[in-house]
Design a protein around this ligand. Sequence first.
Ligand code: ADP
Ligand code: MG
Length: 171
Amino acid sequence: MIKARTTSVDETRSLAAELAPLAKPGDLMLLAGDLGAGKTAFVQGFARGLGIVEPVTSPAFVLARGYEGRLPLLHLDVYRLEHLQELHDLGISELLDDGAVTVIEWGDVVASALPADFLEVRMSPGDGDDERELSFRWVGSSWPNRVAGLRRAIAAWAVAGDGPGAVGDRD
Ligand code: ADP
Ligand code: MG
């Protein structure tokens, strides 16, 4: 696990933008954290990093929105999802195979319906109003060989004490 801290919404967007060059076709990223944690802000920055100029808004009422950038971005918010079946109806597996990068707000909640190969970014409030703690955790084979790049990308916001031997690095 890797930890970071941001102190403004713009910092969260910048951190996410720095991650975009690491993204590969078919990637899955799950964003975890309560309402207002900054998940949509993260996607906005990530989209900017992919060269997407179209404004990214919360897809809460449409479930999924697609954007064209260096890689296509598929942005989902499953907060209002009532049944996992809706994810299947959307063709989530096909979408993941399609070469886009898929980022799912509240994705941790539906992880059981998704491939066990993703980067999870968990966001939580920090001490101050504009502070957020971000923790990165990876499952499956797609991300372990990008961990060094991930650390470099977020170095400016890294939380001290999180060395290379941190627990969770093996998973
Ligand atoms: P979510 O999608 O998790 O519900 P949003 O990204 O829509 O959250 O909203 C996050 C809110 O928190 C925004 O109003 C944003 O301006 C504010 N905010 C304050 N500090 C931060 C920060 N460090 N990172 C992200 N958002 C922040
Ligand atoms: Mg949101």
